[in-house]
Design a binder for this molecule. Structure first.
Ligand code: MLT
Length: 277
């Protein structure tokens, strides 16, 4: 089954993997920019999120929330990565640069672990490598229960507060409005499935020294959920990787500081093309 996705342009391929609880809409400015610079850009909605609800929408909305949670199919990071590899097959893309943000980085780690030959280079935005501890698992389970019970509305305030830099909230209300819209458009069942998938994710720390492709790590200087220290942890373990911390940016740095993010991306992509035979 084809995942809902954007696909445009010709040239070297780059696949964008969005964060949670968002969709491919978060990459709008990068899709336009790289398409204009001669890249082939692909941005899917990951399983359960955005318009990709078909594989997780099995819940009976009349059931109690506990029962509904039991019937939510788990959307693991590995399954999401396999979906992306299948999409690349459909589009006849042997390999690509993979750019993930946060949850999208978990999926990128699974992709390079399971399909190393399909990844030319990695761009990891707001990443974290460590697995979830008991407290994180419990918190994700509570969030999953709540979203099934109440819908996505309760998440809007905490997401805007924790995920965006103060300057973004103050000066760029359009970014906050887009984030709110994406959150509210998210299917609660898909969100619960992805929360449980993130709770069940592997610890990727030991994978990092095995990553041999060019890697750019991007952190938001004011990211309240994935700190620059999380990014430095990864930088120390991937040989030759580069880290950029963007000022006045939070977790959604590609939407908050579009120009600096896009220019960084382009410089990195050019260096990858030049390094390839
Ligand atoms: C994201 O942006 O994808 C989330 O912050 C990921 C998470 O909840 O770990």
């Amino acid at each position: 089954m084809t995942m809902p996705h954007d696909h445009c342009g010709a040239g070297p391929a780059i696949v964008f993997l969005h964060g949670f609880p968002f969709s491919r809409l978060m990459w709008r400015e990068q899709i336009e920019f790289l398409n204009g610079h001669g890249y082939r850009v692909i941005a899917p909605d990951l399983r359960g999120l955005g318009e990709n609800v078909a594989q997780t929408s099995v819940c009976d909305s009349s059931s109690s929330s506990d029962h509904r949670l039991e019937s939510v199919p788990l959307a693991t990071m590995e399954t999401m990565a396999r979906d992306v590899a299948a999409l690349m097959d459909e589009l006849k893309i042997d390999s690509a640069v993979i750019c993930g943000l946060s949850m999208g980085c978990y999926v990128a780690f699974e992709l390079i672990h399971n399909f190393p030959s399909r990844v030319n280079a990695l761009i990891l935005c707001g990443p974290r490598a460590q697995g979830s501890d008991e407290a994180e698992k419990a918190s994700r389970e509570a969030q999953a229960q709540r979203v099934l019970h109440e819908g996505m509305g309760f998440a809007v305030e905490s997401i805007s507060k924790n995920l965006l830099a103060a300057a973004t909230v103050r000066d760029k209300p359009d970014v906050g409005a887009r984030v709110t819209e994406m959150v509210l458009q998210t299917d609660p069942v898909g969100a619960a499935a992805a929360q449980r998938g993130m709770a069940a994710r592997r610890d990727y720390s030991n994978d990092l020294p095995n990553i041999k492709v060019p890697t750019l790590i991007v952190a938001g200087g004011e990211d309240g959920v994935r700190t620059p220290a999380d990014a430095e942890f990864i930088e120390r373990r991937i040989k030759g990787s580069q880290l950029l911390v963007i000022d006045d940016a939070g977790h959604l740095m590609n939407m908050e500081q579009v120009e600096v993010f896009n220019e960084t991306l382009l410089t990195f992509l050019k260096s990858v093309s030049e390094a390839r035979p």
